[in-house]
Design a protein around this ligand. Sequence first.
Ligand SMILES: [Zn+2]
Ligand SMILES: [Zn+2]
Length: 121
Amino acid sequence: MSPCIETRLDRQVQVRNGVQRLCYVWAYEDWYGPIPEGMQVNHLCHNPKCYNVEHLYAGTQAENMRDMCEAGRHWNQQKTHCKHGHEFTEENTYVYGVRRTCKTCAKRRAAERYELQRQAI
Ligand SMILES: [Zn+2]
Ligand SMILES: [Zn+2]
């Protein structure tokens, strides 16, 4: 895919003939023609500042949400360490569907809970 072309405008809204639209929406219409009714302009690159017409497609809101989810999932799978820096190895990972949990952290949390309960007695 070609690189993103990001708008350098602070406000992404552009007014033409009294019509206000986001600049990537104008870019899409200039290139491909009017957006079909009920559709919106989505980004393949998930970069809301990008107006590279190769990255734009007309789709529904639902498609956009699904794409975002998939992008998020890919990102999650690429993570190799938990936020406390423990590696996601096979032995150190609980998997719940698409979510992964670090066993070291889970154990520590359990120990902390136990400690609190013990102190409460
Ligand atoms: Zn882009
Ligand atoms: Zn951890």
